[in-house]
Design a protein around this ligand. Structure first.
Ligand code: FAD
Length: 483
């Protein structure tokens, strides 16, 4: 058999060796490439903040450094460049003479636009060789997730039932024991940029954060081992997952899953191994159930494409956001003076993380109580979140705003009720707002503005009254429904 031609492997959101779709066969001579796309990672959002904040950028650079080390241990180079991939990759192919460019397609619209441009470049210039696009990653055995996306129901639970009955979880591919390095590429490997070289500041670690997240496959695998096997937390996940404080109420796998240090197939497989070795119960199932949500939103983005980013969303529901002056900025800066909302938003900007319970509440508060276009919140999350992922972020935001999946009746959160339920002793709001509470130590921590017998509680009045503004949002919703 003739040796396969050398291949350039473009690592996008698969920054790992484990469960790596790019590796075709052990004898294929390979060189890797990672491209920092300034449009995605260095540009500002039109709202005036970076699209990718310093924390996520740091996590990504750590992930790429880890990948570069693991490939180097096997003699394989990872070339690093900055620029638009649709221009950088063809020029690397010309320079090196590699006959193949392999990539994994992504569900995101910007990512797909790049794939389209690359396809055109290959059509226009056959000397570039072969473009080998692999279908988007999926949790299940699917020939092509795009076909599954086409028939995706608009309601998650319908698809979940189908997935659990008809689809089979795919086994992750093992880390290859052998790779063949292509040493004749002649390319300058290029330095991996640092935050400083990109003009960014090193983010300060906040001691209040749930975890000291670090990027890379090794760190991601360690977190899986810590959470599942060493800490044995999975057996209680279903009871703890609505928590707010500490490293272990939920898995915290999301940054590695979103940025490619670990794959969803690997996580699912590890939960099955845990069930074999320890216990199988509702909790062990529930983590895989959450991975189904992740999968659903990936298919949802594949199905709806640019419609997911429109104000009326895939549901095409025009809610006519009023965007009152100052509301978005107050929310973003944790100055709504509703402690549960502000504590979560402070956690987000100070640490790059927020619990799922928190995310649902702040999204509901922005879109329902404050009447702000949901896309502003999605963009702020995109800037701050370590685990930002286009499908999960925009899918969940559209859902929370009532313009996305599961488009049933009005669903707004009573944030004070939620605070009392999920933070009954106010430990969470005190954790993040200790300075603020010092000024009104005797007020009810969840409603510090409200006293008894007509007295004020001593705390500042909230930007909007949580209950009255929620009722107004419900009225607006019904008016929109009536057309
Ligand atoms: P666990 O509870 O341990 O869950 C395990 C994994 O399941 C997660 O790591 C994640 O990959 C997946 N998962 C869990 N819940 C969801 C969900 N609702 N949707 C999709 N996947 C889920 N998650 C992201 O990964 N990136 C985002 O950009 C993102 N934005 C969000 C925005 C809003 C408004 C909301 C309400 C949720 C968002 N989520 C996002 C989903 C969810 O909040 C996080 O995945 C979860 O909080 C991460 O913590 P964990 O890893 O400890 O989760």
């Amino acid at each position: 058999m003739p040796a396969p031609p050398p291949a350039l492997l473009w690592f996008r959101r698969q920054l790992r060796l484990d469960d790596q779709p790019l590796f075709a066969c052990p004898d294929e001579p390979i060189v890797g490439v990672w491209v920092l796309d300034p449009r995605e990672l260095l540009a500002d959002d039109p709202l005036g903040f970076p699209r990718c904040g310093d924390r996520r950028l740091k996590f990504i650079l750590e992930s790429v450094a880890d990948l570069r080390r693991s490939l180097a241990d096997r003699g394989v180079d990872l070339i690093v460049r900055t620029g638009a991939p649709e221009a950088v990759l063809p020029s690397l192919l010309r320079e090196s003479g590699a006959g193949v460019l392999r990539l994994v397609e992504e569900p995101g619209t910007e990512e797909r636009a790049i794939e389209k441009k690359l396809r055109r470049a290959f059509d226009d210039d056959p000397s570039l060789g072969t473009l080998d696009p692999l279908p988007p990653e999926s949790l299940h055995h699917l020939d092509d997730p795009r076909a599954e996306a086409k028939q995706l129901p608009e309601v998650f639970s319908k698809w979940r039932r189908r997935a659990e009955k008809k689809l089979e979880l795919a086994r992750p591919r093992d880390t290859p024991s052998r790779l063949t390095a292509w040493t004749g590429h002649g390319l300058d490997p290029g330095d991996l940029p640092t935050l400083a070289s990109l003009g960014r500041d090193e983010p300060e670690a906040d001691p209040r954060a749930v975890l000291d997240f670090r990027g890379g496959e090794a760190e991601g695998r360690q977190r899986i081992a810590d959470y599942l096997f060493d800490g044995d937390h999975l057996r209680r996940y279903k009871e703890t997952r609505n928590g707010l404080l500490g490293a272990d109420y939920s898995s915290k796998f999301s940054p590695w899953l979103a940025l490619g240090g670990v794959s969803a197939r690997r996580v699912a497989d590890e939960t099955l191994r845990y069930e074999d070795q320890r216990v199988a119960n509702d909790s062990t199932y529930w983590l895989r159930f959450e991975l189904l949500w992740r999968e659903y939103f990936r298919l949802y983005l594949l199905k709806h494409g640019p419609r997911l980013f429109q104000p009326a969303g895939p549901a095409d529901r025009d809610l006519g956001w009023a965007n009152p002056a100052g509301h978005f900025a107050a929310w973003r800066d944790a100055e709504t003076f509703v402690p549960f909302v502000d504590a979560n938003l402070l956690e987000l900007s100070a640490s790059g993380f927020m619990s799922n319970r928190g995310r649902q509440n702040v999204a509901s508060f922005l879109t329902k109580n404050l009447d702000v276009d949901w896309r502003q919140g999605a963009r702020w999350f995109e800037s701050c979140l370590l685990d930002y992922d286009p499908a999960s972020n925009w899918g969940n935001w559209a859902y929370a705003a009532g313009v996305g999946a599961d488009p049933r009746g009005f669903r707004g959160f009573d944030v004070v009720g939620q605070a009392r339920r999920y933070d009954p002793d106010a430990a969470y709001v005190r954790h993040w707002l200790a300075d603020r509470f010092a000024a009104y130590p005797h007020a009810d921590p969840h409603t510090p503005w409200a006293g008894s017998g007509g007295d004020s509680g001593g705390g500042p009045m909230p930007l909007v009254d949580p209950r009255r503004s929620l009722a107004a949002a419900e009225d607006r919703w019904h008016a929109a429904e009536r057309g």
